[in-house]
Design a protein around this ligand. Sequence first.
Ligand code: CP
Ligand code: NVA
Length: 315
Amino acid sequence: MNLKGRNFITLKDYAPEEIEYLVDLAGKLKADKKKGITGNSLKGKNIALIFEKPSTRTRCAFVVGCVDEGAHPEYLGKDDIQLGHKESVEDTARVLGRMFDGIEFRGFKHSTVEALAKYAGVPVWNGLTDDYHPTQILADLLTMKEHFGYLKGLNFVYAGDGRNNMANSLMIGCSKVGINFTILAPKCLWPKEELTALCRGYGEKSGASVTLSDDVKDVHGADVIYTDVWCSMGEEDKAAERVALLKPYQVNSAMMASTGKDTTIFMHCLPAVKGNEVTEDVFESAASVVFDEAENRMHTIKAVMVATLGDTENV
Ligand code: CP
Ligand code: NVA
């Protein structure tokens, strides 16, 4: 599989077998690291990490992934560079592209990461925008594959804000790889019809169903219940409205029990607001795999950098 030079902006741009390749490459890099083996596949590369929004997992995953493979990461926070203040995205992209071998961007507008990718001339990786969070999905797929041993045919339910970056990206990723995907949310927080239709098209090819429901009884049969914060970064003013809308969709022990399976796992991209989208007892329960997901951010982000920029000969 040759992904050299590719951007990583959303999983819409990746074929199912390319997504599975990245997940499996991450699994291999993870196994190597557990044996104390790290590589040199990014030796001599300089990587720019642009963050308009804060981050723990994504930032640390890129930094550790770079250093493990011999690259130099450079953190560029929102007040550190001219982007958004004195310089356009297009100009910043062309400057950074002359100095760096790859660029990660986390921020608000999805159009910013698209413009960076268009003008930089080097691979650009989306570390989260208002609309999509594709690197998180690779970590989630790796976590599910480790836990269940397979992906195709799993029943996945996402409960909560059904139109945020996580819901959008999970719908794309699950429908591409054959995971039956359900959004449980009030109708006003369902994903855009255009994206749902696109994902139903992916599902027709992979065998996955894509369901939107506002009835919590539809958790029945779920192998995975996933949730995310009710207010994403930049939406803090919507807190009261979202709590009122989403309280019935909280992941709690009653919801976990109503899957009818004692094997259902709980997933969350983190950071979590316990007491809102998930109760403390579910978060801390044996069904919770949230810290496996967090660790897997690093192995999967490393895999994206290695596959699109690195020397994969000896990986
Ligand atoms: N899950 C995730 O992207 O976490 P951070 O915001 O800490 O990067
Ligand atoms: N939907 C969340 C995801 C955080 C990783 C946000 O955008 O804040």
